[in-house]
Design a protein around this ligand. Structure first.
Ligand SMILES: [Zn+2]
Length: 237
């Protein structure tokens, strides 16, 4: 078995968390990321039969049965991920129609997956239904996008048009535009379902007065989507 701390999927996630913290998008325990892993990739680094813990998820996601996810932990700080990946991150396999997460690695202090796990898993299922290449769901609190939701019309077409107008590149980077959810209580299945519904038509979903969700085929694409939208918001603001 290879050392998981050298796995490219792990080192890239660690670097991404550090980078996002550096951008000021993930204060305290803000932000969370989930990465869908190929079973074969995960199998090089861990024993798929060695389940450390079974954690109830509180939702169902039959489309994700048996899939492996690398996920940030609840209450964990992005700034600390690089110093102790095994405590701040975990690898899970969804079982029993998504009702149970089987922990295969990580959350070494007894922790568990992000409180936004429902929004992540439902978003993965939604994105995969329209794009089989999707692997990443990312949530964070970029200053300008968040601030913009206080002062701009939350109509999706209007919000998208403003972002496109701020920077020519935007229409190439997110031609499908951005979707917007009104303020909702976070950490619930309801906001998870609402986010997933919005994810069917766009890879960016703004949570008004809270932050943004992004999705993509890898960490670079997803980070860059948010980065570009945030830059356009900054110019607008
Ligand atoms: Zn948040």
């Amino acid at each position: 078995m290879k050392d998981i701390l050298n796995a490219p999927f792990l080192t890239e996630l660690v670097r991404t968390c550090t980078n996002m913290y550096g951008h000021g998008w993930d204060e305290r325990n803000g932000g969370n990321i989930s990465v869908l892993l190929e079973e074969g990739d995960a199998g090089e680094y861990l024993d798929p039969a060695a389940v450390l813990r079974r954690i109830p998820t509180g939702f169902t996601a039959p489309a994700l049965e048996g899939r492996y996810f690398l996920v940030t932990g609840t209450g964990k700080y992005f700034k600390n991920v690089q110093y102790d990946p095994a405590v701040n991150l975990g690898i899970l396999r969804l079982a029993e129609g998504g009702r149970t997460a089987e922990l295969l690695w990580g959350f070494a202090d007894g922790g568990r997956f992000t409180s936004e796990f429902p929004a992540h898993m439902m978003s993965h299922a939604a994105r995969l239904s329209v794009d089989p290449q999707n692997r990443v769901v990312m949530h964070c609190h970029p200053n300008n996008l968040l601030a913009m939701t206080y002062v701009h019309d939350l109509d999706e077409k209007a919000f998208t048009r403003t972002l496109w107008q701020m920077e020519t590149e935007c229409i190439m980077v997110f031609p499908e535009g951005v979707n917007v959810l009104p303020w909702m209580l976070c950490g619930t299945n309801e906001i998870g379902q609402a986010t997933a519904e919005k994810m069917k038509t766009a890879r960016l979903v703004v949570w008004a007065q809270h932050g943004i969700y992004g999705a993509g085929k890898d960490l670079d694409e997803t980070f860059s989507l948010i980065e570009t939208a945030e830059k356009a918001s900054e110019i607008y603001m």
